[in-house]
Design a protein around this ligand. Sequence first.
Ligand SMILES: Nc1ncnc2c1ncn2[C@@H]1O[C@H](COP(=O)(O)OP(=O)(O)OP(=O)(O)O)[C@@H](O)[C@H]1O
Ligand SMILES: Cc1ncc(COP(=O)(O)O)c(N)n1
Length: 266
Amino acid sequence: MFKTALSIAGTDPTGGAGTIADVKVFQSRNVYGMSAITSIVAQNTTGVQQVFDQPVHIIEAQLDSIYNDIVPDAVKTGMLGTSEVMDVVRPFIVKHHIPYVIDPVMVAKSGDDLLNDDGKEAVRYKLLDLATVATPNLPELERILNMTVQTKSEIERAGKIFLNEIGSQSVVIKGGHLEGDAIDYLFTKEGCIELPAQRIATHHTHGTGCTFSAVITAELAKGHSIATSVRTAKAYITHAIRHNPGLGHGNGPVSHFGYKEEEIAY
Ligand SMILES: Nc1ncnc2c1ncn2[C@@H]1O[C@H](COP(=O)(O)OP(=O)(O)OP(=O)(O)O)[C@@H](O)[C@H]1O
Ligand SMILES: Cc1ncc(COP(=O)(O)O)c(N)n1
């Protein structure tokens, strides 16, 4: 039986980030992909040129179209644009008890804003309590918690706040923005699992966060546990960065077929 996954996010017409990247990931993990588009973003590997936030009634209509016909087995949100979009998304997550992955996208690697200031304040209260897995990077984490998160003890404190105060079921704190190895930390009620990987020396990391969270979503859709899904995502993103196709004039995308190069059947 086909498993299905839904990405609610913005677009990248060059296919490295956002819904297009997410659906490529779903396909490569053998999960049927669907997407509802929140914002149309004119962007490429050099940065963001223009953003058009879709009217909220169109976003709600897309979600109605999907949920009235094919209820996904797992859902992820990426770029939401505004806090009003969170209000539209929330009831769909509450009503359908399926795994929910939230990548709290705020700013693109190019430095361009993908969420307005209201949204950056609101995400903690409007969606994160519903998360099966939240995947903040360090700048997002610092903004959500209003604290500095750079050291191991600050990461541990942040993980506990997500579980005990915000109410997320789990959180992966991504170390992509730290110096040294690319170590991520998964916090669940069972404790903390470290996910180490060698840092790959490349600037082709456009869409790493989208790709990573989409793999977790696909694996949860198939019924895998949180820990297994996150471990698969870590292996996938490492191969995807290593085998990046070297496209574009800026921070290029990763390869959504990188794992095939490694001939690893994970
Ligand atoms: N150069 C690298 N080498 C190896 N792994 C990396 C590298 N950069 C990021 N990663 C890994 O990629 C995943 C995504 O992390 P990252 O911190 O880049 O997310 P992000 O900043 O949210 O991405 P995005 O900006 O695309 O939303 C994590 O598992 C991280 O450890
Ligand atoms: C629609 C959309 N969603 C997310 C990102 C973040 O990706 P990155 O930080 O790698 O630019 C992006 N650029 N565009």
